[in-house]
Design a protein around this ligand. Structure first.
Ligand SMILES: [Zn+2]
Length: 111
């Protein structure tokens, strides 16, 4: 007995692929694909591939429901990462010298 969820792509059942065909002659359908929940996409590895059979189905879902998803996690102000910026002399692949900008994140939390 396999553990699965149905793909959440809103148009998954409209893709014309043989692995979606179900039913008997005269009453066949294209059915939403199952997404097997295994060690590669569940638990700590839960990701978009835990809920979608493909990148295309994920994109369809994200584009259809983007307003609702954003409403759950709105960004009302910019985030900032403290950094140090330095310039260092460097040499490119052809041997030319140039000034390289180095950006290093600063951990202000003592970590
Ligand atoms: Zn799908």
């Amino acid at each position: 007995m396999s553990n699965f969820v149905w793909c959440h792509g809103p148009s998954c059942h409209k893709s014309h692929t043989q692995d979606r065909i179900r039913g008997v002659k005269g009453s066949k359908v294209l059915r939403t694909k199952k997404v097997t929940q295994d060690k590669w996409n569940s638990g700590e590895r839960t990701s978009m591939y835990s809920y979608f059979c493909s990148q295309g189905c994920y994109n369809d879902f994200a584009n259809t429901y983007v307003r609702e998803v954003i409403a759950l996690h709105p960004r009302t102000e910019a985030l900032e990462t403290p950094i140090n910026v330095t310039k260092e002399q460097a040499r490119d692949w052809s041997g030319r010298d140039y000034m390289e900008t180095k950006i290093i994140a600063v951990d202000n939390n003592g970590g």
